[in-house]
Design a protein around this ligand. Structure first.
Ligand SMILES: Cc1ncc(COP(=O)(O)O)c(C=O)c1O
Length: 355
């Protein structure tokens, strides 16, 4: 006996990466090295701290601006589009959930390449829509078959998670042109890449871009993401959002963060420099590591057993991510931390590989 719809009852739900149970203060002083959920190792803009310090309880008494205009305006200026092209979301994940509800049902499938973000199949189950999973090749090139699925919604994560690989903007423009349905380009990690698909929203009325404030802007705890798309698509998606889907504090802090492009760019450059060093060091240990355009790398074990290495790292209080997916069984996804965190991980790996 269950009260739930059949597909909800059968769904497993999304499994987030491990979050240590300690409070944030204990957590910072603890010896845990947390490289499992692609958080930014550097703090957000000092402007975020300033705005946070000025928020009074009075601000909380009133409902927030339902559209988050302050953020839409600021993001529009950064991206060179009017605010009507932007919709605020409670994390990029909320946009994904809205897109499934907006475009998919029993007769309207979703399509995406695999392996990719493990939330996509979970949302498909919950929405009771068919998920057309088109395998990537071993180099994570865009699968040609994706253009001919007839899906109502096609999602491409670029840079892809968990591979970190990047598909050229021109290829995604051709895909948008060929599809009869909507193309959602999940750019949660694009801040760490050399290009992005922003220009596509001006040329295609079927393209939605997902952006997140969790990675490049160091605000994973705030829960703030946004959509960029043609005003018609944004207006349609707005119908699905909760009346006040982003809170007053989140709007103010996300706006402060996106306005401080200098801090953002400096942070991103630090992560990219560390990504280069970290990749070289992992290769010296015998891992195969494709070039990453994200703030994580996917390291393939050539001389070790990935789940065993994962477990041995957990025993040392070091958390990375292992996915028991058929083509990821020999791989470990590791967020790029600060030099100290990365060095701790590298030393632990050296020890483990000697065992
Ligand atoms: C590929 C991908 N897309 C979207 C998101 C959503 O990010 P958030 O909800 O934190 O903005 C994540 C989070 O890890 C992700 O990995």
């Amino acid at each position: 006996m269950t009260y739930f719809r059949e597909n909800v009852e059968k769904a497993k739900g999304y499994e987030p990466g491990f979050q240590p149970p300690a409070s944030s203060i204990e957590y910072r002083v603890s010896s845990i090295v947390k490289l499992n959920t692609n958080e930014n190792p550097y703090p957000p803009s000092p402007q975020v701290t300033n705005v946070l310090a000025q928020i009074t309880a009075e601000r909380l008494r009133r409902y927030p601006d339902p559209m988050g205009y302050e953020f839409r305006q600021a993001a529009g200026e950064v991206h060179g589009v009017p605010p009507e092209y932007i919709m605020c979301c409670n994390g990029g994940d909320e946009l994904l959930s809205m897109a499934f509800r907006a475009f998919c049902d029993e007769g309207r499938p979703v399509a995406y390449p695999v392996p990719s973000y493990s939330l996509f199949p979970v949302l498909a189950k919950l929405q009771n829509c068919q998920a057309i999973e088109v395998p990537f090749d071993s180099e994570f090139n865009l699968p040609a078959k994706l253009a001919s699925t007839d899906a109502a919604l096609t999602i491409v994560c670029n840079p892809n998670a968990p591979s970190g690989t990047f598909i050229r903007v021109e290829e995604l423009a051709s895909l948008a042109d060929e599809l009869s349905g909507v193309l959602l380009i999940d750019e949660a990690y694009v801040d760490f890449a050399e290009a992005n698909c922003l220009p596509l929203v001006k040329n295609f009325d079927n393209v939605i871009i997902l952006r997140s404030m969790s990675k490049g802007y160091s605000l994973a705890g705030l829960r703030f993401g946004y959509a960029i798309a043609s005003p018609d698509l944004i207006a349609g998606l707005m119908k699905l959002k909760d009346s006040y889907n982003v809170d007053a504090i989140a709007i103010a802090l996300a706006a402060a963060a996106i306005k401080d492009q200098k801090h953002f760019k400096e942070n991103v450059e630090k992560v990219k420099a560390e990504r280069t060093r970290f990749t070289v060091e992992l290769k010296k240990l015998g891992f195969e590591v494709p070039d990453s355009s994200a703030n994580f790398v996917l390291a393939k074990c050539t001389n070790c057993n990935a789940p065993e290495v994962y477990e041995k790292l957990v025993q040392r209080n070091i958390y990375i991510r292992y996915f028991a997916h058929s083509c990821l069984e020999d791989k470990l996804r590791i967020s790029v931390g600060n030099p100290e965190q990365n060095d701790k991980l590298l030393s632990a790996l050296k020890e483990i590989l000697k065992d």
